[in-house]
Design a protein around this ligand. Structure first.
Ligand SMILES: C[S@@+](CC[C@H](N)C(=O)[O-])C[C@H]1O[C@@H](n2cnc3c(N)ncnc32)[C@H](O)[C@@H]1O
Length: 270
């Protein structure tokens, strides 16, 4: 499968061409180039970093080692946000930790009247996200901001939706992560402190401040984090907390709704 993808990349052809002309032989430069990319792949480098592309939500994204490779399971998060946004007029949405921009741009593609923002701590990732917006002719639809979580927008309190696929792997779990992820994907995109909660914790707090009353936070979580994350969504401040499993039944997305009225002093201690 990988060899086929790399072959298409080197020859600049699609799969249909490959199967229509199986007798096609390499010219010398192609053979050299193919050997080079196979050698790169043999180091464990994901094929997406070699070809520079990954599909997400039916859209073609450019990727580089500055961004996480978009994963199919993150489409569950996009689906959840589309359900939550259903019926909203001109929703104001922010994607925290946008990376390649895949979530923000998939949402911009679907929610034609939404006001979409995206932030990342990595300036290199934001460059890739902006390039993707331009390639997908969605520039002008998403505002990209360099920010540590939502700190650069500390005075904004009118978002309808905060969405995030944050880094959530704990350093203590590094050995459970695929070697290619550990060795090639950006550490800042994957790891978040000892327990994996060092971004999620402030994200929950800052999202509460950034959201309108009644607004939603939806996050992707690690396979064993459901209870920890649900507990962080302090029930005096968040309503309608829900956990969305993926097709294999693994809890994949947690969403919560900012209470329409703030907690009273009494209830905050309950
Ligand atoms: C798991 S990746 C997700 C990338 C992309 N949204 C996706 O789903 O493929 C997490 C992203 O969060 C960014 N990030 C990490 N810490 C952050 C922080 N404190 N503030 C903002 N972004 C952060 C990383 O640079 C990375 O792009």
């Amino acid at each position: 499968m990988n060899a086929e993808v790399l072959l298409m990349f080197v020859l600049g052809v699609n799969r249909a061409y490959l199967y229509t002309y199986p007798e096609r032989e390499f010219i010398a430069e192609e053979e050299t180039r193919y050997d080079e990319v196979l050698a790169q792949r043999a180091t464990g480098m994901p094929s997406q970093y070699i070809t520079g592309h990954q599909e997400f939500w039916g859209l073609d994204f450019v990727v580089s080692p500055a961004v996480l490779i978009p994963r199919p399971e993150t489409e569950h998060l996009v689906e959840t946000v589309l359900e939550l946004a259903h019926g909203m007029t001109r929703p104001k949405v922010i994607d925290v930790g946008t990376g390649s921009g895949c979530i923000a741009l998939a949402l911009a593609h679907e929610l034609r009247d939404a006001d979409i923002w995206a932030v990342d701590l990595s300036a290199e990732a934001l460059e890739i996200a902006r390039a993707n917006a331009a390639r997908l002719q969605l520039d002008g639809r998403v505002r990209f901001v360099h920010s540590n979580i939502l700190e650069a927008l500390a005075n904004t309190h009118d978002f309808d939706l905060v969405v995030s696929n944050p880094p959530y792997v704990g350093f203590g779990e590094a050995d459970k992560v695929q070697k290619s992820v550990r060795d090639f994907e950006p550490q800042v995109a994957v790891f978040a402190g000892e327990q994996g909660l060092d971004v999620i914790r402030p994200l929950i707090e800052q999202s509460h401040r950034a959201l309108k009353p009644g607004g939603w936070l939806a996050m992707e979580i690690g396979y064993s984090m459901r209870d920890a994350v649900v507990n962080l969504l302090n029930l005096t401040m968040w309503d309608e907390v829900r956990v969305v499993p993926d097709l294999q039944g693994i809890p994949r997305v947690v969403a919560g709704r900012k209470k329409a009225t703030g907690p009273s002093l009494g209830s905050a201690n309950l």
